[in-house]
Design a protein around this ligand. Sequence first.
Ligand SMILES: C[S@@+](CC[C@H](N)C(=O)[O-])C[C@H]1O[C@@H](n2cnc3c(N)ncnc32)[C@H](O)[C@@H]1O
Length: 222
Amino acid sequence: MYKENDLKLEYMDGRLCLIKNDTVFYGDFSRLKKRLTHANLTHEMPVKACRIKNKQMPVSVLDATAGMGEDALLLAAFGFDVTLYERDETIYRLLSDTLERARADEVLLGAVSKMKLYFEDSIKAMGELKEKPDVVYLDPMFPLRAKSGLVKKKFQLIHDLEKPCEDEKELLDAALSTALTRVVIKRPIKGEYLAGVKPDYSIEGSTIRYDCINIKAKGETK
Ligand SMILES: C[S@@+](CC[C@H](N)C(=O)[O-])C[C@H]1O[C@@H](n2cnc3c(N)ncnc32)[C@H](O)[C@@H]1O
């Protein structure tokens, strides 16, 4: 169907798959089902980082670096309205197919109906938005992850497509001008701040950290 270098994109068993030699990758939200109960979701780090005190749900989140949409799924399952932007065409097509298949699953349907995916560069798209989201969520690829020997072979296929972020400043600037309340940035626990900008606070797990920057109202000082 589609070939780039030695990677192929092809339908197998009703799923759009990324294939390299004998390794096959496809999106699969069903393995996340156990994490989607409300009680579990309140402990999920992306949810904790995006929640806004005293703001009625649904809070709107713009996921500016969609990837395979797994963080966005957790947010949508919790009840956020999530808009996703993905600029790599192969990843966009794999995620579209994953979302489409998830719509046929009654456990996943509620969450995926709160996710809207666009094939766009979010830096450009955020500059043109008419309605701003409460939160912008960023998870650009970080170099550490690319080299990690811990990534399983099939997941390495998708990581090969994700290029390390070379426009950190543009991405963060666009997010800061777009979010009404907060920008949330996913980082490796020991990773540097995105574009060197110190967050207001961080939520830390064992390997991942969420840096949070609150948007100050005009005239408000720190
Ligand atoms: C590390 S992945 C995100 C993983 C995602 N959080 C998940 O849960 O699956 C980063 C993704 O962001 C995309 N990306 C990076 N910069 C972007 C931009 N400016 N606009 C849209 N997508 C972007 C990359 O193509 C890549 O697919």
